[in-house]
Ligand binder design. Structure first.
Ligand SMILES: *[C@@H]1O[C@H](CO)[C@@H](O)[C@H](O)[C@H]1NC(C)=O
Ligand SMILES: *[C@@H]1O[C@H](CO)[C@@H](O)[C@H](O)[C@H]1NC(C)=O
Ligand SMILES: *[C@@H]1O[C@H](CO)[C@@H](O)[C@H](O)[C@H]1NC(C)=O
Length: 202
């Protein structure tokens, strides 16, 4: 396995991972991930709007938790045994995921926005979602006023806790659509990782 200078570089170089579904920056394919089909949208059941609302809230909680760097709040969104497929380095368990995100976001000002959310396969104790997330990094110091955005998609599997009824992510994969912006808003490590991932030109 290739080794990276930091979890951050590994995270950013992950575009090759995600089960081969990622479209690299200069890939000839336009496809990013698998597309849902209309048969994935069943008639809405009586309880489904509550499930969809609960899942949408949990995705928002993730955005707020990492932008405010309140990593312990991630326990509201993820199961303790989650092993997210978001980096070349294996991440096993919520504590490891929290540490990973904490290292990645140290010293950064960010705004994460979840917009498109598609919830499917709603069962009494499981569901799936596809959500789009834009991660904006704001430049600091001499890059003040500059910004750089990661356009991402999360494919999540949800589990409903049988005791308290809360919905949490038990499986997660990250796919990059692409990145754009002024690279001076990023750290040198981030730029290096994106170049390795084929998402930025050297
Ligand atoms: C992307 O472009 C770079 C520079 O032009 C090249 O070295 C690299 O092999 C390309 N990667 C892919 C996956 O086409
Ligand atoms: C962090 O999140 C937890 C859980 O939502 C909350 O109870 C706590 O007040 C938050 N801490 C800060 C400093 O915002
Ligand atoms: C990128 O940001 C730097 C400041 O960090 C600035 O000097 C440069 O002009 C910006 N580039 C573009 C294309 O806006």
């Amino acid at each position: 396995m290739r080794s990276f200078a930091s979890p951050l570089a590994a995270f950013l170089a992950l575009s090759v991972l995600v089960n081969g579904t990622i479209a690299q920056g200069n890939s000839s394919s336009d496809a990013v991930g698998a597309s849902p089909v209309f048969s994935d949208v069943p008639p809405v059941g009586v309880a489904d709007p509550y499930v969809i609302a609960a899942i949408t809230q949990k995705l928002a909680l993730y955005d707020i938790a990492i932008d405010t760097k309140n990593f312990s709040a991630l326990s509201g969104t993820f199961t303790t045994d989650v092993a997210p497929n978001v980096a070349l380095v294996p991440i096993k368990g919520l504590a490891a995921y929290e540490a990973f995100l904490q290292a990645d976001l140290a010293g950064k000002r960010t705004k994460h926005t979840t917009d498109t959310v598609f919830v499917s396969n709603i069962e009494p104790y499981t569901a799936q979602s596809i959500s789009y997330s834009d991660a904006v990094y704001f430049g600091r110091g001499s890059a003040l006023g500059q910004q750089f955005t990661f356009y991402e998609r999360f494919d999540d599997v949800w589990s409903k806790d049988k005791v308290d009824g809360s919905w949490k992510i038990s499986e997660r994969s990250l796919i990059f659509f692409g990145v754009a912006g002024n690279r001076t808003a990023l750290s040198a490590e981030q730029v290096e990782g994106l170049i390795k991932a084929g998402l930025l030109l050297p």
